[in-house]
Write a protein that binds this ligand. Sequence first.
Ligand SMILES: [Zn+2]
Length: 300
Amino acid sequence: MTLPTEQYSCIHRVCVCVQSCHATKPGMLNVHLVPHTHDDVGWLKTVDQYYYGDRNDIQHAGQYILDSVVDQLLKNQDRRFIYVETAFFYRWWKSQSSSVQQTVKQLVNEGRLEFVNGGWCMSDEAATHYSAVIDQMTIGLRFLNETFGAFGRPRVTWHIDPFGHAWEHASMFAQMGFDGFFFGRLDYQDRARRMRNKEQELLWRASDSLTPPMADLFTGILPNDDPDLEDYNVDDVVGRFLVIANSQSTVYKTNHIIMTMGSDFQYENANLWYKNLDKLIHYVNARETCGQLKRKKSLG
Ligand SMILES: [Zn+2]
């Protein structure tokens, strides 16, 4: 995860600081690639059908995502992953040996596997009652806290899928102690205006009645334009990536931009993703040193 670059978790007066982000370069465009999977806790199938991979003709899913991701994180310590839905993580965790659990704890402590959101699911914002939101966040966050302690505490919340965003939700997230809120979908006219004005990152004052900064929350609108990294062809993919990065940089204010690398139930084959991401990072940074770019790039 990229914002903030340092994570602070303070529980029972014990402060831990995880520096999980790679070093960035001040004078360059820094593209933060965030490998993720979006795992619906029940949508086209039930939660267990998703988890165990039943009826995979409807939508592919499964318990193998975390197997595969953990394996790939262990192969290269530069790799990172964020995980969102505790309902699936909990099912997976219960079936792991104590040695795997120990390894995963280490990955979490080092900030290489980071929980974001951390509720039982990524809740809808339009039709939910606030009591249900608080309950499901409590169940998920309590499990992470009991299992991983301060290192497992999500610092940001992540609503890449819900359609439309209620300020009551942002207010609740601020009061839950999150440092930031990232979401992907918003009204197309609102997005267009925000892109023009470079207002896709903002401090959301999410309550009229609560005394600031109680309901203030840093909010980032995700670009939602994942480059398709399959069918790899170096020149073409690097070229397309640079076009996307350059155009994205014109609609955000700072020289730090985020690119989400994943989608629904991705990373069942994490090897494919990480191999391609490693190549992409290598070749884009190689072009930078050749001085072929007008605007330099640094990938982390
Ligand atoms: Zn979804």
